[in-house]
Each structure stands twice: as structure tokens, then as C-alpha cells.
Design a binder for this molecule. Structure first.
Ligand code: PNS
Length: 160
């Protein structure tokens, strides 16, 4: 049953197969799913926001209900602007829970009408993170199965 507009926010530096797994699950649940890339001036990302958006658009183009956008400022403000009622986040393991709980409750304090929905990615992706993917790429390790082929190519080019 699809009922609403959801935002799936994150850094996506870069998008992994775990993110894609969650996008696929979210796309089935919501009328519209907005993958929102945070423009975060504080972090030193491997990929620029434009590159991350380009990769995300490429790997999600098979889903008509999924769009990719950049946001800055508070997530709750962006959600209001996009008329979204749900924030979608993935929880891989119990270690994610504390940070996610804190964010979800703070977002609820800032905007009580906004619900955070947690979904579990497939168990195969429970140990996968963009941070580890960047590290493996930088150290020349294998990336097959961790990221889509187009992202693997971009990673190889970026670190070579
Ligand atoms: O993929 P990440 O880096 O874990 O995503 C974190 C993200 C983008 C969801 C979070 O940092 C965020 O929402 N930032 C926007 C600023 C904001 O609203 N901060 C208050 C959060 S309670």
C-alpha cells in the first residue's frame, strides 16, 4: 500500500548496494520517494554533491517514483517544503540505533507531524557502509557486490 511522500536523506558518498536495497523497499511503500543528498560544508567528501547526485540518478532511474535532490539546512524544513510526511532511514545493526533514535526524536521535537520510518536492508548489506567502501577503494580492494558497477568505475577513477 502506497500512501505518502517520503524523504530518504543522507550523505551517499557514494551510494552503496545497501542504500539501493533500501530505496527499492521504500519505493514499494510510498507514492513518492525523494532521495535527498545533504550539502554538508563541514565534511570533506570523496565525491562532490553533483557527482553523488549524478550517480544516484543513474542507479535509480528504473523507478519512476524515485527522485534525487540536494538539500541543505534542517531536514524538517526541507520535508515541509516538499510536503513529505515521512523520513525513511535504514538501520543495519544495533550500533546504528542510538544515533538514529536521537535524530528521529529530535526531528519529532522540531516537527511533530513528521514520522521517521526505519527499514532493515537485506542481511547481506548489514556490514556495508560508504565509509568502508571509500577505504577499500582507496586501498585498491575489490568492490564487487558492494556498489553498483557504475559507482565502482567512478571510485576507481577517483582514487587512481
Ligand atoms: O548518511 P548520513 O550522513 O548518516 O545522514 C545524516 C543526515 C543527512 C540524515 C543528517 O545529518 C541530517 O538530517 N542533516 C540535516 C541537518 C539537520 O536537520 N540536523 C538535525 C538532525 S536531528
Amino acid at each position: 500500500m502506497k500512501t505518502s511522500i517520503a524523504i530518504y536523506p543522507g550523505s551517499f558518498d557514494p551510494v552503496t548496494n545497501g542504500h539501493l536495497d533500501l530505496i527499492e523497499r521504500g519505493e514499494k511503500m510510498f507514492d513518492s520517494l525523494i532521495v535527498a543528498v545533504l550539502r554538508n560544508a563541514e565534511k570533506a567528501p570523496l565525491f562532490s554533491v553533483a557527482e553523488r547526485v549524478e550517480m544516484l540518478r543513474e542507479v535509480t532511474r528504473q523507478w519512476s517514483g524515485v527522485e534525487v535532490e540536494v538539500f541543505d539546512g534542517l531536514l524538517v524544513d526541507y520535508a515541509r517544503k516538499r510536503h513529505a510526511g515521512v523520513i525513511l532511514r535504514g538501520i543495519r545493526a544495533i550500533s546504528d540505533y542510538e544515533y538514529e533514535l536521537q535524530m528521529a526524536l529530535m526531528n519529532r521535537k522540531l516537527e511533530p507531524r513528521l514520522e521517521t520510518v526505519f527499514m532493515l536492508p537485506g542481511a547481506t548489506y548489514s556490514y556495508l557502509s560508504s565509509k568502508l567502501v571509500r577505504e577499500i577503494a582507496q586501498l585498491g580492494g575489490p568492490l564487487q557486490g558492494l556498489v553498483p558497477p557504475v559507482v565502482e568505475e567512478r571510485l576507481r577513477a577517483k582514487v587512481s
